[in-house]
Design a protein around this ligand. Structure first.
Ligand code: NAP
Length: 255
């Protein structure tokens, strides 16, 4: 493994095993950046990234020991050009609890707490911890430094069925503001907040139609929309503390 920096620098992408993370990591590698990515389960995409020269590290960010191992894997690299916090889990809330007495009530509380904590851990705690641990390497970059948080349209409007998810993405947007204030002018810190980018395999035609109709543009633009935003932020000398909305005008799709 070559740990010396490429001319364009090292970019860290979390959760690069599939979809948006994989697309962005692959493209950034092709653009001449050095890539270190995390994955949780091994995928053909990770195998291809490895083959293309990316350093791929298995990590589950809900476990502090695993996160520490991931940070250790970065020890040989002198500097980081950017960290892209993409790892995510889109968990729905459970049905509203019906029980009012123990032990069923305790079970429901535990199940709700598990979802809430999992969402906070992957979307807010993991970026918070990684940014703090890797800050000296960001500050060591001689070609600029960026933190980019992948949030979500629902962070600003809420969600009826994914409340814990939406709250955790809102926490991440707030961390964007705090870190931008703390780290300027050395590190730019921004968020990208997509609405619908791409469907999941099991989404049926009715769901797809309903989801598309939520935005003015009425398309699922795919992961390249995120890549273009990342490149735009990396090339900017002035944008920090902002949430870049990729939502097809969804905020204006009013009744
Ligand atoms: N896709 C969309 O339409 C859309 C819309 C709005 C916002 N976003 C945001 O855009 C980003 C990319 O979306 P996506 O659809 O490409 O996400 P995705 O398909 O769910 O991929 C996220 C990756 O994060 C990894 N991950 C989940 N929990 C983890 C953990 N505890 N530790 C380490 N890695 C973990 C997953 O690994 P495993 O595969 O092993 O589980 C997965 O590969 C996300 O931040 C998402 O919230 C996406």
């Amino acid at each position: 493994m070559n740990h010396t920096s490429s001319a364009k620098g090292l970019i860290v992408v979390t959760g690069a095993g599939q979809r948006v993370g994989l697309h962005c990591a692959t493209a950034l590698l092709q653009q001449g950046y050095q890539l270190l990515v995390s994955y949780r389960k091994m995928t053909s995409g990770i195998a291809a990234l490895q083959q293309a020269g990316a350093h791929c590290v298995a990590a589950d960010f809900s476990q502090l020991a695993s996160m520490a191992e991931f940070i250790d894997a970065l020890a040989p690299y002198p500097a980081i050009r950017a960290i892209i916090h993409n790892a995510s889990s889109w968990q729905a809330d459970l049905p509203v609890p019906q029980a009012v007495t123990a032990p069923a009530l305790h079970d429901q509380l535990q199940q709700d707490a598990a979802i809430f904590d999992a969402m906070q851990h992957i979307h807010a705690r993991a970026p918070y911890l990684l940014n703090r641990a890797l800050l000296p390497k960001l500050l060591a970059s001689t070609t600029g430094a960026d933190i980019i948080h992948l949030t979500d349209f629902v962070a600003s409007v809420g969600s009826s069925k994914h409340q814990a998810y939406a709250a955790s993405k809102a926490a991440l947007e707030n961390l964007t503001l705090s870190l931008a204030r703390q780290l300027a002018p050395d590190v730019k810190v921004n968020a990208i907040a997509p609405a619908l980018l791409m469907f999941n395999e099991g989404d049926d035609a009715a769901y797809r139609q309903k989801a598309l109709a939520k935005s003015l543009m009425a398309v699922a633009p795919g992961p390249d929309e995120v890549l273009q935003s990342i490149v735009y932020l990396l090339n900017s000398e002035y944008i920090t503390g902002r949430v870049l909305a990729l939502d097809g005008g969804r905020h204006l799709k009013l009744p």
